[in-house]
Ligand binder design. Structure first.
Ligand SMILES: [Zn+2]
Ligand SMILES: [Zn+2]
Length: 465
């Protein structure tokens, strides 16, 4: 998935900087200022600089008339540059589903009860969707498709927004947009088909942002005929047309809770020392006073630095782990091995009484299948870890906030129990089980990356039309 670039001005020296949308921290290459611009859960506002003005709008309209074989004689009624808001939502989707295959018992036709065989399959993939944040259908644009990659976004501030343009009201709150994205996504990947039953699905968000897209509306008349053409402000083409004039009532409603980008100094809240910068990491370690922090709710929250050897190797990757209690106080490795007989087959005596944890990888990989495999494997191994409190080479960025990690933990638990009929009972549903507060552990893995594709590997967009 291509990352979009975004432009903003350095708060230290005013130089124009370009970074990737969703960046958490960075350093100004001109004045050296170290700053933080993002936080999980914070929605930033961006817009595209319009590429099209005055004369060019007319030119696009006339080109369109010509293509349709219409007369170039017309009277202009109005023209207006609108900014229409979209949410961009990207992240990872995980699903566990079964193919329903129905078979008949051949021996006994009298009481033929169809036997439903369940064949479980896992499917995970990255998604990157744009959905409208507005409700006015006249604009005829229900997704930005591949448009946003054309040029960089600009961080929106009150004083840099094109004058005389009209912002369309944001009437859809982010939660609704997320739900809509999820439905669109599952339709696109074909889960909606009849013979598939989704047992568990999660969408783990990496980022949600608000993007204003420029569109010109040009109303004209030719004799008795009135029409409004919509011109894409970036590719300069008429992409949509409605009869009559456009009716809009922008009142300034904004349900997005999105905010302007407002970089702050990125320094240790304890000693004031600069923290390291790292594109998407939510975890920072102060080299001066040896404290670790997670970025949460636009702030630095103290966290432990827990490291442990898991496999041979120097490549430490971050995992969330949650102590987990299911059913009738099933809380140790040995008790879990009795209900998940095939998953946790051999319990070494010394770890039998250990607490049982759900482990979830907190780092990014293009290959979500191998990522899931690593997580599931650690959940099943329940490794005997000797936890230390010392800095290690951090090989990957911690990108997952605790709330999202917990959703992934639920999915992992659903995968583990899905093979056992006796674990279908309500007391084994994740919501009835207990999870204690999560902690981050950095585990050594033998391979540096579980991904050999280039970092910005471009995938075919699922929403491309
Ligand atoms: Zn600067
Ligand atoms: Zn410090």
């Amino acid at each position: 998935m291509a990352d979009y670039s975004a432009q903003f001005n350095c708060p230290g020296c005013g130089s124009p900087l370009e970074t990737l949308e969703g960046t958490i921290s960075l350093q100004c290459k001109f004045c050296g200022l170290i700053m933080r611009i993002g936080s999980p859960g914070r929605i930033l506002k961006y817009f595209y600089q319009p590429k099209l003005e005055g004369f060019a709008v007319k030119f696009s309209v006339e080109k369109h008339l010509k293509e349709k074989g219409l007369s170039l004689t017309y009277s202009e009624i109005s023209r207006q540059l609108f900014y229409i808001p979209f949410y961009r939502f990207r992240g990872m989707s995980y699903a566990l589903f079964c193919e329903k295959t129905v078979e008949c018992e051949v021996d006994d036709f009298e009481n033929a009860i169809p036997m439903v065989k369940r064949e479980l399959q896992r499917k995970c993939s990255h998604f990157d969707l744009t959905v409208p944040a507005y409700t006015n259908e006249a604009f005829g644009l229900d997704s930005l498709g591949i448009r946003p990659e054309v040029m960089p976004l600009t961080a929106l501030h009150n004083d840099n927004f094109p004058e005389d343009s009209v912002k369309i009201d944001i009437k859809i709150p982010p939660e609704e947009a997320k739900q809509k994205s999820m439905m669109m996504f599952f339709m696109n990947v074909g889960f909606a088909s009849l013979n598939k039953e989704i047992i568990s699905s999660e969408m783990i968000g990496e980022g949600l942002s608000l993007i204003y897209y420029p569109v010109w509306a040009f109303s004209l008349s030719q004799g008795d005929f009135y029409t409004t053409m919509f011109i894409d402000g970036l590719n300069k083409r008429v992409y949509h047309e409605i009869p009559g004039e456009l009716e809009t009532h922008s009142t300034g409603i904004d349900l997005s809770r999105a905010s302007e980008m407002n970089p702050v100094q990125h320094k240790c809240p304890n000693c004031g020392f600069d923290l390291p910068v790292s594109e998407y990491s939510l975890f920072y370690y102060c080299q001066n006073c040896f404290r670790a922090y997670m970025i949460a709710e636009d702030n630095y929250v103290s966290t432990g630095l827990l490291t442990a050897k898991y496999e041979e190797g120097k490549h430490y990757h971050p995992f969330w782990r949650f102590p987990f209690v299911a059913g009738e106080n099933i809380n140790t490795v040995s008790k879990f091995s009795k209900v998940l007989t095939g998953e946790i087959p051999l319990v070494a005596k010394k770890k039998a009484q250990n607490r049982f944890y759900l482990y979830v990888p907190g780092f990014k990989s293009m290959n979500l299948n191998s990522l899931t495999n690593i997580g599931m494997r650690i959940c099943c191994v329940q490794p005997e870890l000797s936890i230390e409190n010392k800095p290690v080479p951090f090989e990957a960025e911690m990108i997952l906030p605790e709330s999202e990690a917990l959703e992934l933990a639920r999915h992992y638990w659903d995968i583990m129990r899905s093979k056992y009929r006796h674990l279908e009972r309500p007391e084994y549903e994740f919501e009835s089980c207990k999870t204690a507060k999560g902690e981050i552990v950095w585990l050594s893995l033998s391979r540096p990356h579980y991904d050999n594709r280039p970092r910005y590997f471009k995938q075919a967009k699922l929403y491309a039309k």
